[in-house]
Design a protein around this ligand. Structure first.
Ligand SMILES: C[S@@+](CC[C@H](N)C(=O)[O-])C[C@H]1O[C@@H](n2cnc3c(N)ncnc32)[C@H](O)[C@@H]1O
Length: 304
């Protein structure tokens, strides 16, 4: 099985042939298992000690103290740890830890995670706010909403209300200080040649379907944002049509009585991130590598 052949020309149109070839190589690389210490129940040092005791070698991640990379471990090695079972850690890709950091949520705020299951980012936001924020987590697919609730319980994220609903239909009466829209996407940044279903799953139709849903969700997010509020838009796609184009079109047709601006966000030691060029100033797009998934993150602030 191979990465579908139509992807490389698509990438080449966006990034040029050389970079497209490097990206496809990055997709084929075996990615290191990475995890996040759950500070609602434990901390980085305790998780590191549990790994040491199990003989699993780990490396720190420069831009996020709670993240650990396990270059030689398998997922099963982590599943076997008591600290995994008890929710003291959460297996999560490094790239997907960035949107909650970019969101910058604080205790006391109203937060919405519009597309929340299985809950990696919801539980991270809960941990980052010390369980002091009011978090609404939407998920429209019932089995995935169950998985979300399971993970929230296991991670002890008690300040989260789960809404089993289509976030596109949220009443405009709601308003939030911060919204994370980690949108459903084609997954072009995380494709694996080892996945036997990759050719059936990743199709031009999936990109188009994702794009429509992303735009509708983005438009809704802008309506739900309080003045001064922050929206973070992210996908695990590296295609411009699912990323920059969604943000640009959403801002173009935003309600005329509101103003929004794309803002850069800081990440300590972010020079270690494998950045791809972006056409939206302030946004971040990561290349797939043996450590990172391909990922896009943009931060939008309602300025008026
Ligand atoms: C990229 S995944 C989210 C991953 C999640 N943020 C995490 O970090 O664990 C997108 C999720 O959005 C859900 N979804 C798709 N369309 C939705 C919609 N219109 N409203 C709510 N949830 C939706 C999907 O079922 C899927 O679980």
């Amino acid at each position: 099985m191979a990465i579908p052949a139509f992807l490389e020309p698509l990438l080449a149109r966006q990034y040029g042939a050389d970079l497209a070839a490097t990206i496809v190589e990055g997709l084929a690389a075996k990615r290191a298992v990475t995890l996040r210490a759950n500070t609602l129940l434990s901390d980085r040092d305790a998780v590191a000690e549990a790994l040491d005791q199990a003989g699993i070698s780990w490396e720190p991640v420069g831009w996020y103290r709670d993240a650990l990379a396990l270059p030689r471990a398998s997922q099963r090695d982590v599943w076997d740890l008591p600290a995994y079972e008890s929710g003291h850690l959460y297996m999560q890709s490094l790239s997907s830890m960035i949107p909650p950091l970019a969101l910058g949520a604080r205790a006391g705020e109203d937060i919405c995670d519009m597309c929340a299951a299985p809950g990696g980012k919801t539980t991270q936001i809960a941990a980052l706010t010390g369980a002091g924020a009011r978090i609404t987590a939407c998920e429209m697919h019932a089995p995935r909403a169950e998985k979300l609730e399971f993970n929230l319980n296991r991670q002890s994220a008690r300040n989260v209300t789960v809404m089993r609903t289509d976030a596109r239909r949220l009443d405009d009466f709601f308003s939030f200080d911060r919204i994370l829209l980690d949108a459903p996407c084609s997954g072009s940044g995380t494709l694996s040649a080892a996945d036997p279903r990759v050719e059936k799953r990743f199709t031009p139709h999936l990109i188009e379907k994702s794009r429509k849903s992303q735009q509708a969700l983005f438009d809704k997010a802008l309506k739900l944002l309080k003045p001064g509020g922050t929206l973070v838009y992210s996908t695990c796609s590296i295609l411009r049509e699912e990323n920059e184009a969604i943000v640009e079109e959403g801002l173009r047709r935003a309600p005329r009585d509101r103003a929004f601006s794309v803002k850069p966000f800081d990440l300590d030691a972010s020079s270690e991130l494998p950045r791809l060029p972006v056409s939206l100033e302030g946004a971040l797009c990561l290349a797939p590598t043996d450590r990172y998934e391909g990922f896009f993150v943009a931060k939008i602030v309602r300025t008026g």
